[in-house]
Write a protein that binds this ligand. Structure first.
Ligand SMILES: [Zn+2]
Length: 327
């Protein structure tokens, strides 16, 4: 089912934190990815956190972010409606308070992320607090970020990474009132190799300990986790990380699945020796394309299945499989 409640989502993360497991919050760049994620999570009895960035909403709405969010909300409702597991929606990496207000007004997201991490500490607090105020009494959780993550994701880009300073975390959470805290521990947005990262697991431990000591325990979030190894994810899940953001991995699986399929069937889609647009593609001499291969639904089904397999495996790695709150 499509759960639209911050209160329910809070239970999800609380249980994960107690149990030392985590959710892979999965970005939906386009609908086939969403369908694959829902299928795979249902198979593993894992609840699911979907994410939409503003640019994903704009893509769905052909330029109109709010229309795109509403359209995706309806689509998620249709696909998730008959599933037993809980499917939640988070708004990823938002910056504009007006759009945050509009997104919250749709009643679709259970949480929103305000990313003011490139601002100074004080400005980050001010902006994040403003979003907490917007979401107050709306049954929507707020994720804020402290520290900075290197790399590019949608329109968010940073050349450098700044590790979160554990000593700032208590002050930040206390003054913003955020519900989830995203921290920078050396991961990167985009393509990265977990084995090459200077991953600071000690920061997770320190932040978690300091928040607990101040009675401000929060689910911790790690962005840019597409390159993390399974072992790194398992360890982080046990140390207090309840949400790993993944976007790049699904984008890659989409492209890889499509390339493999089209290369395999190149001869039934491209006339021999020809490329580019043909004004009469069905009237080539001695050659006809094969609809079994060029029908976009054929490759899309393969993308859905591949994404399902990926989230099934990730649910196993982070430990969320078999732990749905609703089964
Ligand atoms: Zn991110």
């Amino acid at each position: 089912m499509f759960v639209k409640s911050g209160e329910e989502m809070e239970k999800l993360y609380e249980k994960a934190k107690e149990g030392g497991y985590a959710f892979v919050a999965s970005n939906v760049a386009e609908p086939n990815i969403m369908i694959g994620l829902v299928e795979g999570s249902e198979r593993k009895n894992s609840d699911l956190v979907l994410q939409l960035s503003r640019s994903a909403c704009e893509f769905a709405g052909n330029g109109d972010a709010v229309a795109g969010l509403e359209a995706m909300g309806k689509y998620i409702e249709e696909i998730a409606g008959n599933k037993e597991v809980g499917i939640f929606l988070n708004m990823d990496h938002l910056k504009d308070p007006d759009f945050i207000r509009e997104a919250v007004e749709t009643g679709l997201p259970s949480s929103v992320m305000i990313d003011a991490s490139e601002e100074s500490f004080e400005d980050n607090i001010e902006k994040s607090k403003k979003v907490v105020d917007i979401c107050k009494d709306k049954d929507v959780l707020v994720e804020a970020e402290l520290g900075r993550i290197k790399g590019t994701e949608d329109d968010v880009s940073s050349m450098e990474s700044y590790y979160t300073k554990p000593e700032e975390a208590v002050d930040f959470v206390e003054r913003t009132g955020c519900d989830l805290l995203a921290i920078s521990i050396g991961t990167q947005h985009g393509v990265s190799k977990g084995t090459d990262l200077d991953l600071r697991m000690d920061i997770v431990e320190k932040v978690d300990r300091k928040l607990k000591e101040s009675d401000l325990e929060r689910p911790l979030v790690v962005h840019g986790s597409s390159g993390l190894t399974h072992e790194q994810m398992r360890k982080l899940s046990r140390k207090g990380v309840c949400k790993f953001n993944k976007d790049t991995r699904y984008q890659y699986e989409y492209a890889r699945t499509a390339v493999e399929f089209y290369l395999e069937h190149e001869e039934s889609i491209l006339p021999p020796g020809k490329s580019g647009v043909s004004s009469e593609p069905f009237n080539e001499d001695g050659w006809s394309p094969n609809k079994d291969h060029f029908d976009p639904r054929v490759v899309s089904r393969k993308v859905r299945e591949r994404v399902s397999e990926v989230i099934e495996e990730l649910n196993k790695v982070t430990g969320s499989q078999g732990k749905s709150l609703y089964i």
